[in-house]
Design a protein. Sequence first.
Length: 133
Amino acid sequence: MFLTVFYGVIDQAAGVLVYSNAGHPHAFALHSDGTHERLGATDPPVGFAGPTSYGEESIAWNSGDDILFLFTDGVPDALVTSGRMNGEQRVLETAIRNRFRTPEEIIDAVFDLSSDEAVSALGDDRTALVVRA
């Protein structure tokens, strides 16, 4: 068994997000200009590597403007699309389009993309987190 984990610390005074990503594939920083960057894995998922193998990365952070956006694979998987990356792209585009709204409104817009039938048939978790700090 293994588990993916994302841990991040936003230092508003220094204007930086420091993070460690143990294999979580859907971690993004969304910027106010509509661009985004994937916060790639710094290490393998927990369960594949020893406790001393985890490192960290950092990116510039514009407090009040940038958004940390994380979601599980159940979110894009619940969408009827022609491919896995297409589902992820739809989720990202929705979050970016709603980036000036509240975190709650962004989450609602993302979850409005899928139908109840697709979710109940899938049986996978659908979890998303939006942080604006």
